[in-house]
Design a protein around this ligand. Sequence first.
Ligand code: C2E
Ligand code: MG
Ligand code: MG
Length: 749
Amino acid sequence: MTEKPMFFAEEQDAPALDPSSQRWRILIIDDERDVHEATELAIGRERVCGRPIEFLHAYNALQASELLRTQHDIAVILLDVVMESESAGLELVRIIREELSIQASRIVLRTGQPGYAPELEAITRYEINDYKSKSELTRNKLVTSLTTAIRSYAQIRALEISKKGLETIIRASRALIYLHGYQEFANGLIIQLTGLLGVHEEGLVCAKRKEGHEGNAEEGFKVIAAAGKCHALIDQDLGQIDNPRLVNAIIEAAQSKQFTFSADYTCLYFEAPDQSELVVYLASGIEVAPELIPLLEMFSTNIAACMDNVALLERQHIFAYHDALCDLPNRLSFLQSIDDYLKRNTAGLVAVLIDIDHFSQLNDTLGTETGDEIIRAVGQRLKEQMGHHLCLARISGDSFGLLGLGSNLSPMLVKGVFEYPFCIGDHSHTLSITQGRAALMGQRSSADVLAQASMALKRAKLTLRGGSQEFHADLLKETENRVQLLQNLRRSFSEERLYMVYQPKIELTTGAVSGFEALMRWKREDGQFVPPLEFIPIAESSGMIVALGEWALRTALIEAVLLTKRLKQPITMAVNVSVVQFAHPGFRQVLSSALEAADATPDLLELEVTESVAMQDISKVRSQLEALRDLGIRISIDDFGTGFSSLTYLENLPVNALKIDKSFVDRLRETPPEDRIPETILHLGHVLKLEVIAEGVETEAQVHWLRNRNCQQAQGYFFSPPLTRDQLYHWLTDYQVADLFKQPPGDPL
Ligand code: C2E
Ligand code: MG
Ligand code: MG
């Protein structure tokens, strides 16, 4: 801390006084002109307590009170008791203390009438400091009396200044503690300092040591806030500034870590406990007074505490608004940017959400470390190619947000970023993305914008994977419908309005019933049927499929046991299992308890999983399927040929059967039949020693075709549609093996 004290401004907006002009101001109030002159003559040239004296004059109480309303800093009032009236002086004392609230000025009462004395009560009540008869006022006595009064006045003023200073410090600290970020803090500090020091903000510059720069102040310090003409210096390093006086002053303050005062400038140095440093430069010298040193120390300590707080807030801000993996703004920051743009009401802005397709599979297959590297590489590429005039953020896991003018963010441009593969280590990964987009115009909040963009993204992922979907009002309607449908489904499920139907599967060599596929049906309260292709995806995306699937499994297994008894032959009951169910950690437990509840043996059960199950983490899926096979449960791959499963996957998975999707079986009805795909699937089944089941078989010609190519099983309207329990029992009673099965399968047609 500097040896030199500093002057604190007494009033927020009073300019600092010029020390050379400081005089004690003495007000003489007396109706006798002679008294004024005599007093001036007696002590006019004296220096009291180191300063000269300045006189002010009033000749009656009224004049005095008017003068006192406009003139401040009056140290002593020499007051005649008897003026206009006998008590005019005392009445004026009351006005001074009570009406004008002047407490610091010392009052010396003088009276010409010997023997006249004011009441003791008045002296104590109004804090009259001395009482003298005019005859007593010899030069010496006057000087003594004035010296005592002035000393007392100076002490009172010092106390007042300290009190005001303390108040100002507390006010300043309170104002500064809420400021976020050093820049904002430095601006606040400048404003508060102008108040505290009673200086004009012109020429105030605040420089901060840059993070990690310990040595040379010229390189280490940077201007972060400046007022008035110095505004242009903001963001400049000290070394760049062409103002030697300013630069040298800051360097000196930074080196000495002390306040420096000179006739032409002042430098204040602040250091926080975390060692961040600020130097405030004032382009003028300021007055200092000794009694104010403790205040200055306290101010400095408070500023240090505030700076520490700023540092903490900055760190919190970084945590709250920054994504560490990609070194990008995060979701919260993205929302804030959207809000900023909404306030500016700029036309043509869009928010784009990007999601990497099948990222979770990549993550599962390659491991999270590689997954993280891919995300980082994507963030980096987006920053390089799209980051210039746009706002880019990582929103969550594998999704990124872009914000900017639609013309700079066309779906093609965004897609173009992913045109080339990403090289991670020795491998290159080709990625595709899906985009959801929402315009900012006319939106109320960032949350709305993001919700719309993610609604569009979800929709695109369902129907347009790899593409881009713009938000529009219909999407909202669709989402509302989906929500309503889901609520309806929940209610129907709890009210047991869902039921299972069963479609027979036929052994193609003999025409015998080999088993059944259980399919779910939902008849709404209003009697309408909702097709499974409509409600199953909704149940899947909401997770409700887990409960629905468990119920379907239990119901189908109970039915399977009854059918075995009735048919007196082993059959299989195929139950569809969606990816969500399959991936659920409790799935095995659900299976075991459903088998137990139905008292069914595992060989009764066949699970139909789609290729998307096989697309999950291959090693995990394989071990899951192996566990099921070890239990004795059969597995078939449903809708085979419509997904993307690679042959390697298939070869490695312990499955029993492939179901040729109906769309391929349908093509056999064309003339000439388009039969390459069913043919290939059958061949594949043969090579991999898997059974092949054809679904959606509707004509005799299809049965012939399949039979002649050794397709083992078929199901379809040709034999029977899915039937309720009662219908099925009737059907089974009536079922007769068609004549065509009486022939052995022949050569391909
Ligand atoms: P899927 O498993 O491929 O079921 C075959 C679909 O084809 C069934 O439709 C069935 O009614 C229909 N189908 C069978 N033969 C013919 C035919 O000859 N002609 C025609 N036009 N259609 C035929 P459905 O019952 O509407 O089920 C559709 C899909 O919903 C199912 O496809 C399955 O993926 C899913 N699903 C149905 N029930 C369940 C269930 O309990 N759980 C799960 N996870 N999914 C289910
Ligand atoms: Mg199926
Ligand atoms: Mg199918």
